[in-house]
Write a protein that binds this ligand. Structure first.
Ligand code: CO8
Length: 255
């Protein structure tokens, strides 16, 4: 059985973590497949946005603890996962996660790495690593700090206790809370909307969002201004403005 399912509808690619018997725990092979699928989607002009979800009742229960249990210090030093996470993070098109049930540890970190999180009412976000005698290592602390602030991040990281979907929405982790059975459908609808936008503008906006999190305000403003200016050279900018003035839908080409 494939560990990662991939399904295409129009310009939206849906990827499903498919290890429900292990609560979609992220082993290295699954992370590798995810990175590969995203790299292929990056090169495919027919794909405008990707939705990532989990099979069964949950999103992902974190790193695969059976795999991690076999790893000693030397293996951890040579851990391929930082490279795999970096490849996933480099995906330049919109990445939406549709989270039902548990998003724990690396599962939560994967949601935090995505651009937009839609959560079912039953979703639970947590960084339980501390309960295992370890700590988050795939960006969970840093990304959570930047979106939820120190108070909640410290609570979650130090206690290991999860929070529910509403709390995650208040904290800025989740964009929209949905009826559980509709989470994926709503995420796919949003993805379809984004996938119709001008690709270069989407990419630039995503870059500004990403880089803006790493820098101070004045540098962030400079990055935003520079990307905005670059878009002035695109045909799609002309097309978008012309379409508005001519009262028709734009026909973006990605140039
Ligand atoms: N890894 C491997 N197997 C798992 C995992 C996991 N993370 N989670 C669940 N499973 C397996 C169980 O072992 C069990 O297998 P089996 O049937 O063979 O015994 C099966 O899935 C079902 O599990 P449960 O019976 O526990 O299912 P429940 O529905 O009762 O509970 C939970 C679901 C709440 C998700 C529960 O399974 C759980 O708490 N799982 C562990 C969560 C956790 O601690 N996650 C953190 C992992 S550490 C981490 O993510 C660090 C990332 C660092 C990345 C660094 C990159 C550089």
């Amino acid at each position: 059985m494939a560990q990662l399912l991939s399904e295409r509808h129009g310009r939206v690619l849906t990827l499903t973590l498919n290890r429900p018997q292990a609560r979609n725990a992220l082993n290295n092979a699954l992370l590798e497949q995810l990175a590969e699928e995203l790299e292929q989607a990056q090169d495919d002009a027919q794909i405008g946005a990707v939705v990532l979800t989990g099979a069964g009742r949950g999103f992902a229960a974190g790193a695969d603890l059976k795999e991690m249990a076999q790893r000693d210090m030397v293996a951890t030093l040579n851990d391929p996962r930082p490279q795999l996470w970096a490849r996933i993070e480099r995906f330049p098109k919109p990445l939406i996660t549709a989270v039902n049930g548990y998003a724990l540890g690396a599962g939560c970190e994967l949601a935090l790495l995505s651009d937009i999180v839609f959560a079912g009412e039953d979703a639970r976000f947590g960084l339980p690593e501390i309960t295992l005698g370890i700590m988050p290592g795939a960006g969970g602390i840093q990304r959570l700090l930047r979106c939820a602030g120190k108070a909640l991040t410290a609570q979650m990281v130090l206690s290991g206790e999860p929070i529910d979907a509403r709390r995650a929405q208040q904290a800025g982790i989740v964009a929209q809370v949905c009826h559980t059975e509709l989470t994926l459908e709503y995420a796919q609808k949003l993805a379809a909307t984004l996938a119709c936008r001008a690709p270069l503008a989407l990419q630039a906006a995503k870059q500004a969002l990403r880089q803006g999190q790493d820098v101070g305000l004045s540098q962030g403003l400079a990055i935003e201004r520079q990307l905005f200016t670059l878009l002035a050279a695109t045909e799609d900018r002309q097309e978008g403005i012309n379409a508005f003035l001519e009262k028709r839908s734009p026909d973006f080409t990605g140039r």
